[in-house]
Design a protein around this ligand. Sequence first.
Ligand code: SAM
Length: 282
Amino acid sequence: MSPTRAALAEGARVLAGTSSSARLDAELLLAQSLGVAREQLLGGVAEDLAAGEAWRPTYAQLLSRRRAGEPLAYLIGRRHFRDICLAVDPRALIPRPESELLVEWAHSLPAGARVLDLGTGSGALALAIKQERPDLDVSASDVTADALALARENALALGLTVSLMHADLLAGVGGRYDALICNPPYVATRDRAQLAPELSYEPAVALFGGEDGLAVIRRLVRELARRQDFAQVALEIGAGQAAAVGRLLSDAGYEVRACLRDLAGRERVLAAARSSGLGAGA
Ligand SMILES: C[S@@+](CC[C@H](N)C(=O)[O-])C[C@H]1O[C@@H](n2cnc3c(N)ncnc32)[C@H](O)[C@@H]1O
Protein backbone atom coordinates (compact mmCIF):
# COMPACT_ATOMS: atom_id res chain seq x y z
CA MET A 1 0.00 0.00 0.00
CA SER A 2 1.31 3.52 -0.81
CA PRO A 3 2.28 5.74 2.18
CA THR A 4 -0.66 8.08 1.60
CA ARG A 5 -3.21 5.26 1.35
CA ALA A 6 -1.85 3.70 4.52
CA ALA A 7 -1.94 7.07 6.31
CA LEU A 8 -5.51 7.72 5.20
CA ALA A 9 -6.67 4.29 6.32
CA GLU A 10 -5.02 4.86 9.70
CA GLY A 11 -6.50 8.37 10.00
CA ALA A 12 -10.02 7.18 9.16
CA ARG A 13 -9.65 4.43 11.77
CA VAL A 14 -8.44 6.87 14.46
CA LEU A 15 -11.28 9.30 13.80
CA ALA A 16 -14.07 6.75 13.32
CA GLY A 17 -15.43 7.23 16.83
CA THR A 18 -15.23 11.05 16.74
CA SER A 19 -16.30 12.26 13.34
CA SER A 20 -19.14 11.33 11.01
CA SER A 21 -16.82 12.26 8.13
CA ALA A 22 -13.72 10.43 9.35
CA ARG A 23 -12.29 9.63 5.90
CA LEU A 24 -12.78 13.19 4.59
CA ASP A 25 -11.27 14.61 7.78
CA ALA A 26 -8.26 12.32 7.39
CA GLU A 27 -7.82 13.42 3.77
CA LEU A 28 -7.88 17.10 4.71
CA LEU A 29 -5.53 16.64 7.67
CA LEU A 30 -3.08 14.57 5.64
CA ALA A 31 -3.12 17.13 2.82
CA GLN A 32 -2.48 19.84 5.43
CA SER A 33 0.44 17.87 6.89
CA LEU A 34 1.97 17.38 3.45
CA GLY A 35 1.35 20.99 2.42
CA VAL A 36 -0.74 20.05 -0.63
CA ALA A 37 -4.38 20.48 -1.62
CA ARG A 38 -6.75 17.54 -1.02
CA GLU A 39 -7.24 17.21 -4.79
CA GLN A 40 -3.48 16.83 -5.27
CA LEU A 41 -3.38 14.22 -2.53
CA LEU A 42 -6.18 12.22 -4.15
CA GLY A 43 -4.63 12.69 -7.58
CA GLY A 44 -1.47 10.90 -6.41
CA VAL A 45 0.72 14.02 -6.71
CA ALA A 46 1.91 13.78 -3.10
CA GLU A 47 3.42 10.28 -3.17
CA ASP A 48 6.99 11.59 -3.44
CA LEU A 49 6.46 13.94 -0.53
CA ALA A 50 4.87 11.19 1.52
CA ALA A 51 7.89 8.96 0.96
CA GLY A 52 9.77 11.17 3.46
CA GLU A 53 8.93 11.13 7.15
CA ALA A 54 8.77 14.87 7.96
CA TRP A 55 4.98 15.07 7.79
CA ARG A 56 4.27 12.21 10.17
CA PRO A 57 4.52 14.09 13.54
CA THR A 58 2.28 16.87 12.20
CA TYR A 59 -0.30 14.37 10.94
CA ALA A 60 -0.26 12.44 14.22
CA GLN A 61 -0.77 15.66 16.18
CA LEU A 62 -3.63 16.85 13.96
CA LEU A 63 -5.36 13.47 14.21
CA SER A 64 -5.03 13.53 17.95
CA ARG A 65 -6.47 17.07 18.22
CA ARG A 66 -9.33 16.11 15.92
CA ARG A 67 -10.02 12.99 17.96
CA ALA A 68 -10.17 15.19 21.08
CA GLY A 69 -12.99 17.16 19.41
CA GLU A 70 -11.24 20.22 17.93
CA PRO A 71 -13.22 21.39 14.89
CA LEU A 72 -11.74 20.45 11.53
CA ALA A 73 -12.04 24.02 10.26
CA TYR A 74 -9.78 25.30 13.05
CA LEU A 75 -7.24 22.54 12.37
CA ILE A 76 -6.97 23.29 8.67
CA GLY A 77 -7.54 27.04 9.19
CA ARG A 78 -10.20 27.63 6.58
CA ARG A 79 -13.88 27.19 5.75
CA HIS A 80 -15.73 27.63 2.48
CA PHE A 81 -18.84 29.79 2.72
CA ARG A 82 -20.91 30.51 -0.37
CA ASP A 83 -18.27 31.20 -3.06
CA ILE A 84 -15.50 32.41 -0.78
CA CYS A 85 -12.87 30.66 1.29
CA LEU A 86 -12.34 32.24 4.70
CA ALA A 87 -9.48 31.92 7.13
CA VAL A 88 -10.91 30.71 10.43
CA ASP A 89 -9.39 30.30 13.87
CA PRO A 90 -10.58 30.46 17.50
CA ARG A 91 -10.89 34.26 17.33
CA ALA A 92 -14.32 33.78 15.72
CA LEU A 93 -17.18 31.40 15.09
CA ILE A 94 -16.84 28.92 12.24
CA PRO A 95 -19.44 30.02 9.65
CA ARG A 96 -22.40 27.61 9.39
CA PRO A 97 -24.34 26.59 6.28
CA GLU A 98 -27.67 27.88 7.64
CA SER A 99 -26.23 31.40 7.79
CA GLU A 100 -26.18 31.37 3.99
CA LEU A 101 -29.93 32.11 4.28
CA LEU A 102 -28.96 35.64 5.37
CA VAL A 103 -26.79 36.07 2.28
CA GLU A 104 -29.64 34.84 0.07
CA TRP A 105 -31.96 37.33 1.75
CA ALA A 106 -29.53 40.16 0.99
CA HIS A 107 -30.14 39.55 -2.70
CA SER A 108 -33.62 41.07 -2.22
CA LEU A 109 -32.17 44.45 -1.17
CA PRO A 110 -32.43 47.39 -3.57
CA ALA A 111 -29.37 48.46 -5.56
CA GLY A 112 -26.90 50.55 -3.57
CA ALA A 113 -28.49 49.81 -0.18
CA ARG A 114 -26.37 50.41 2.94
CA VAL A 115 -26.12 47.20 4.92
CA LEU A 116 -24.66 46.46 8.36
CA ASP A 117 -23.57 42.92 9.28
CA LEU A 118 -23.65 43.16 13.07
CA GLY A 119 -21.52 40.56 14.87
CA THR A 120 -19.47 39.77 11.79
CA GLY A 121 -17.05 37.24 13.36
CA SER A 122 -14.80 36.01 10.53
CA GLY A 123 -16.55 38.46 8.19
CA ALA A 124 -18.39 35.61 6.48
CA LEU A 125 -21.75 37.30 5.87
CA ALA A 126 -20.44 40.77 5.01
CA LEU A 127 -17.80 39.42 2.65
CA ALA A 128 -20.07 36.91 0.91
CA ILE A 129 -22.69 39.65 0.44
CA LYS A 130 -20.11 42.08 -0.92
CA GLN A 131 -18.79 39.43 -3.29
CA GLU A 132 -22.28 38.56 -4.59
CA ARG A 133 -23.75 42.07 -4.50
CA PRO A 134 -20.86 44.48 -5.16
CA ASP A 135 -23.35 47.32 -5.58
CA LEU A 136 -24.27 47.20 -1.87
CA ASP A 137 -22.45 49.44 0.60
CA VAL A 138 -21.50 46.86 3.25
CA SER A 139 -20.29 47.57 6.78
CA ALA A 140 -19.57 45.05 9.50
CA SER A 141 -19.15 45.31 13.26
CA ASP A 142 -18.22 43.15 16.21
CA VAL A 143 -17.82 43.57 19.94
CA THR A 144 -14.52 41.68 19.97
CA ALA A 145 -11.35 43.15 18.53
CA ASP A 146 -10.05 39.63 17.83
CA ALA A 147 -12.95 38.79 15.52
CA LEU A 148 -12.62 42.12 13.76
CA ALA A 149 -8.92 41.48 13.15
CA LEU A 150 -9.78 38.15 11.52
CA ALA A 151 -12.53 39.78 9.44
CA ARG A 152 -10.02 42.42 8.31
CA GLU A 153 -7.52 39.74 7.30
CA ASN A 154 -10.21 37.94 5.31
CA ALA A 155 -11.35 41.14 3.59
CA LEU A 156 -7.76 41.90 2.57
CA ALA A 157 -7.10 38.36 1.35
CA LEU A 158 -10.30 38.36 -0.71
CA GLY A 159 -9.84 41.92 -1.98
CA LEU A 160 -13.32 42.91 -0.84
CA THR A 161 -14.07 46.37 0.54
CA VAL A 162 -16.15 46.35 3.71
CA SER A 163 -16.04 49.00 6.48
CA LEU A 164 -15.25 47.41 9.83
CA MET A 165 -16.28 48.83 13.19
CA HIS A 166 -15.64 47.89 16.80
CA ALA A 167 -18.99 48.30 18.55
CA ASP A 168 -21.23 46.82 21.22
CA LEU A 169 -24.46 46.28 19.23
CA LEU A 170 -25.47 49.68 17.79
CA ALA A 171 -23.70 51.86 20.38
CA GLY A 172 -21.63 54.38 18.47
CA VAL A 173 -22.67 53.04 15.07
CA GLY A 174 -23.39 56.29 13.27
CA GLY A 175 -24.78 57.01 9.83
CA ARG A 176 -27.99 55.75 8.29
CA TYR A 177 -28.41 52.18 7.18
CA ASP A 178 -31.09 50.62 5.04
CA ALA A 179 -30.74 47.10 6.35
CA LEU A 180 -29.29 45.08 9.19
CA ILE A 181 -28.31 41.46 8.96
CA CYS A 182 -27.22 39.66 12.06
CA ASN A 183 -26.38 36.19 13.20
CA PRO A 184 -26.36 36.93 16.93
CA PRO A 185 -25.29 34.64 19.75
CA TYR A 186 -28.55 32.82 20.56
CA VAL A 187 -27.64 29.57 22.33
CA ALA A 188 -29.28 29.35 25.77
CA THR A 189 -26.76 28.90 28.57
CA ARG A 190 -29.29 26.63 30.28
CA ASP A 191 -28.73 24.17 27.37
CA ARG A 192 -24.95 24.25 27.77
CA ALA A 193 -24.72 20.71 29.18
CA GLN A 194 -26.38 19.20 26.09
CA LEU A 195 -24.18 20.91 23.53
CA ALA A 196 -21.78 19.10 21.22
CA PRO A 197 -18.27 19.16 22.79
CA GLU A 198 -16.89 20.73 19.57
CA LEU A 199 -18.69 23.97 20.45
CA SER A 200 -16.43 24.46 23.46
CA TYR A 201 -13.60 25.42 21.04
CA GLU A 202 -15.53 28.41 19.68
CA PRO A 203 -15.74 31.79 21.51
CA ALA A 204 -18.49 31.87 24.13
CA VAL A 205 -19.33 35.47 23.14
CA ALA A 206 -20.22 34.18 19.67
CA LEU A 207 -22.51 31.44 20.95
CA PHE A 208 -24.35 32.30 24.13
CA GLY A 209 -27.28 34.66 24.45
CA GLY A 210 -27.92 34.41 28.19
CA GLU A 211 -30.11 31.99 30.11
CA ASP A 212 -32.83 31.70 27.42
CA GLY A 213 -30.65 32.54 24.40
CA LEU A 214 -32.52 35.78 23.67
CA ALA A 215 -30.60 38.31 25.78
CA VAL A 216 -28.54 39.78 22.92
CA ILE A 217 -31.50 39.79 20.51
CA ARG A 218 -33.66 41.59 23.12
CA ARG A 219 -31.02 44.31 23.55
CA LEU A 220 -30.50 44.63 19.81
CA VAL A 221 -34.19 44.94 19.02
CA ARG A 222 -34.58 47.59 21.75
CA GLU A 223 -31.74 49.58 20.16
CA LEU A 224 -33.26 49.20 16.69
CA ALA A 225 -36.55 50.59 17.99
CA ARG A 226 -34.82 53.81 19.05
CA ARG A 227 -33.39 54.47 15.57
CA GLN A 228 -35.05 55.86 12.52
CA ASP A 229 -33.04 53.84 9.98
CA PHE A 230 -32.72 50.08 9.40
CA ALA A 231 -35.96 49.80 7.42
CA GLN A 232 -35.22 46.12 6.95
CA VAL A 233 -33.81 43.54 9.32
CA ALA A 234 -32.88 39.88 8.93
CA LEU A 235 -31.95 37.92 12.04
CA GLU A 236 -30.73 34.38 12.35
CA ILE A 237 -32.39 32.59 15.25
CA GLY A 238 -32.16 29.27 16.99
CA ALA A 239 -34.67 26.52 16.20
CA GLY A 240 -37.79 27.19 18.30
CA GLN A 241 -37.13 30.93 18.80
CA ALA A 242 -39.24 32.27 15.89
CA ALA A 243 -42.37 33.08 17.87
CA ALA A 244 -40.53 34.86 20.71
CA VAL A 245 -38.28 36.86 18.37
CA GLY A 246 -41.24 37.70 16.12
CA ARG A 247 -42.99 39.23 19.15
CA LEU A 248 -39.92 41.25 20.08
CA LEU A 249 -39.69 42.60 16.53
CA SER A 250 -43.33 43.49 16.34
CA ASP A 251 -43.20 45.25 19.75
CA ALA A 252 -40.28 47.26 18.33
CA GLY A 253 -42.27 48.42 15.30
CA TYR A 254 -41.27 45.78 12.78
CA GLU A 255 -43.55 43.55 10.74
CA VAL A 256 -42.21 40.05 10.10
CA ARG A 257 -42.36 39.52 6.35
CA ALA A 258 -40.65 36.15 5.96
CA CYS A 259 -39.41 33.22 7.93
CA LEU A 260 -36.67 31.27 6.15
CA ARG A 261 -36.05 27.62 6.91
CA ASP A 262 -32.87 25.56 6.93
CA LEU A 263 -32.47 22.28 5.05
CA ALA A 264 -34.07 20.42 7.95
CA GLY A 265 -37.17 22.62 7.64
CA ARG A 266 -36.54 24.56 10.87
CA GLU A 267 -37.30 28.28 11.08
CA ARG A 268 -33.87 29.93 11.17
CA VAL A 269 -34.12 33.49 9.81
CA LEU A 270 -36.74 36.15 10.44
CA ALA A 271 -36.88 38.96 7.90
CA ALA A 272 -38.81 42.04 9.00
CA ALA A 273 -39.56 45.52 7.73
CA ARG A 274 -40.20 48.64 9.78
CA SER A 275 -43.95 49.24 9.97
CA SER A 276 -44.80 52.72 8.70
CA GLY A 277 -45.59 55.48 11.17
CA LEU A 278 -44.94 53.46 14.31
CA GLY A 279 -43.57 55.01 17.43
CA ALA A 280 -41.83 51.87 18.57
CA GLY A 281 -41.64 51.29 22.25
CA ALA A 282 -39.71 48.11 22.90
C1 SAM B 1 -23.02 33.68 16.05
S1 SAM B 1 -21.56 34.63 15.82
C2 SAM B 1 -21.77 35.10 14.11
C3 SAM B 1 -20.47 35.34 13.39
C4 SAM B 1 -20.64 35.52 11.87
N1 SAM B 1 -21.56 36.62 11.57
C5 SAM B 1 -21.13 34.25 11.23
O1 SAM B 1 -22.32 34.18 10.89
O2 SAM B 1 -20.32 33.32 11.05
C6 SAM B 1 -22.00 36.12 16.72
C7 SAM B 1 -21.02 37.25 16.63
O3 SAM B 1 -21.56 38.35 17.34
C8 SAM B 1 -20.54 38.97 18.09
N2 SAM B 1 -21.19 39.66 19.22
C9 SAM B 1 -21.61 39.11 20.39
N3 SAM B 1 -22.14 40.08 21.18
C10 SAM B 1 -22.06 41.24 20.48
C11 SAM B 1 -22.41 42.61 20.78
N4 SAM B 1 -22.96 42.93 21.95
N5 SAM B 1 -22.17 43.53 19.85
C12 SAM B 1 -21.58 43.21 18.64
N6 SAM B 1 -21.21 41.95 18.33
C13 SAM B 1 -21.45 40.97 19.23
C14 SAM B 1 -19.62 37.86 18.48
O4 SAM B 1 -18.33 38.34 18.81
C15 SAM B 1 -19.65 36.98 17.24
O5 SAM B 1 -18.63 37.33 16.34
